[in-house]
Design a protein around this ligand. Structure first.
Ligand code: PLP
Length: 423
């Protein structure tokens, strides 16, 4: 007899309270944060300096500047890459919003390239076609922790004289042929927001090996004053700047979490391998892949439903939403990470960031095409995916991954109970 799905009144596959929240905290975190609190420098304090040094050492970068978000580090990357008014920057059509809004923040124009459906990362074949005489840089997002195809991307960039900004906000510790992300392009941005693999509440890091790019990024970071806040200040604004500095409490927590990061990433990898093993053979499910040489950090374990096989190609989004509700009822923490492709978002369709159509109306800019039919892979992905983060994170272990697989298998083998759920 068919098992009754929890959404139909059956018992959930994952009992309440099984999945533990992220991130785990312990006495080491509390000691670091309390020491900062008991100190007397709560703005850009000694923990910020130490966090920069320790993160740069952990990742292998020469230079690091800690910021109050990954978005800030991305915006600083645009300045580091010499992008300006009317310049074009190539961005994948599917990512977090700020992978593209950072371009507009710097008065430059995002030009979208479709993703490769299998890897979910920017499709290098689409990059060449997006390059124009105005192109200055491209943003390679290592989406969900899988490195983008950096060998091909760097070859294209070198050929056209473009700078490559890595959006490594989700990809701490991911590697390509043994080389860590953040070392593969010209500069990179990491995020330490709550659900990232390294969490300090909020926060970020700009990294580069190029002292000139560091200097340019720094010009935005602290009010447009060029020196670091630890140096004697003359309160003179040399360039247009923002306030993107980190603070001592967040940096203290980030330092404590950094000491545990390798352990967390190893557990995450084991959990993802366990989940993949238990999901083999589930009908109509497309599992995430890491091509040979790609070391995924499994920030987000994203599955896609094969809507053709399910007979739901015509109403993919609505049916996916029913599947997600059925999974959630089984006690699985899963969700739709981004339900719009980037070019579909209102700010881009309206081509209006700063009012009066700026930056698109800038006399230095040229028209760009945001027609949505140019992004079929990103559109197919956005309508058919759901992803898991917390269930694969420490302190959850393979027992949770097995339960997650059981929940997914249960729903996917009882589809008759999902078909006629109300929209
Ligand atoms: C791919 C990607 N880029 C950029 C960001 C922005 O990071 P933050 O939230 O720290 O500004 C995020 C985080 O949400 C992200 O997932």
């Amino acid at each position: 007899m068919a098992e009754q799905l929890a959404i139909r009144g059956g018992s959930p596959a994952i009992p309440p309270g099984t999945i533990k929240p992220w991130p785990p905290t312990d006495d080491a975190d509390r000691q670091m944060v309390l020491a900062s609190l008991n100190g007397d420098n709560h703005a850009f304090g000694p923990n910020c300096d130490a966090f920069q040094e320790e993160f740069a050492a952990w990742n292998g970068n020469r230079h690091a500047l800690t910021t109050n978000s990954g978005t800030a580090a991305l915006h600083m990357s645009l300045a580091a890459a010499d992008c300006g008014c009317g310049d074009e920057v190539i961005v994948p059509a599917y990512s977090w919003s700020s992978s593209a809004t950072c371009v507009m923040q710097h008065n430059a124009i995002p030009v979208f390239a479709d993703i490769d459906f299998d890897t979910m990362n920017i499709d290098p074949d689409r990059i060449e076609a997006a390059i124009t005489p105005k192109t200055r840089a491209l943003i390679a997002v290592h989406l969900h922790g899988l490195p983008a195809d950096m060998d091909r991307i760097m070859a294209i960039a070198d050929h056209h004289g473009l700078k490559v900004i890595e959006d490594a906000c989700q990809a701490h510790g991911a590697r390509l042929d043994g080389r860590k992300v953040g070392l593969l392009g010209h500069c990179a941005a990491f995020s330490f927001n709550q659900n990232k693999c390294l969490c300090s509440g909020e926060g970020g890091m700009f990294v580069t090996d190029d002292p000139d790019m560091l200097r340019k990024a720094q010009s935005l970071w602290s009010f447009g004053e060029s020196g670091p806040p630890s140096a004697a200040r003359d309160y003179h604004v040399y360039a247009m700047g923002w306030m993107y500095r980190n603070n001592d409490l967040s940096a203290a927590w980030g330092r404590a979490q950094l000491r545990k990061l390798d352990h967390y990433l190893e557990l995450q990898k084991q959990n993802a391998a366990c989940l993949s093993a238990h999901l083999q053979g589930v009908p109509a499910l497309l599992l995430p892949t890491a091509p040979p040489g790609y070391d995924h950090n499994w920030y987000n374990y994203t599955i896609r439903f094969d809507m053709e096989a399910l007979g739901h190609a015509h109403d993919a989004r609505a049916f996916r939403d029913k599947l997600v509700r059925a999974l959630q009822a089984e006690g699985l923490e899963t969700g739709v990470w981004q339900s719009f492709i980037l070019p579909a978002m209102t700010v881009f369709q309206a081509r209006n960031g700063y009012g009066h159509g700026c930056p698109w109306s800038c006399p230095h800019a040229q028209p760009v095409d945001y027609s949505l039919d140019r992004f079929p892979a990103a559109t197919r992905h956005v309508e058919s995916h759901t992803g898991l983060t917390t269930p694969l994170r420490a302190p959850n272990g393979p027992n949770v991954a097995e339960l997650a697989a059981a929940a997914i298998r249960k729903v996917m083998t009882n589809l008759g109970q999902v078909e006629d759920l109300p929209d």
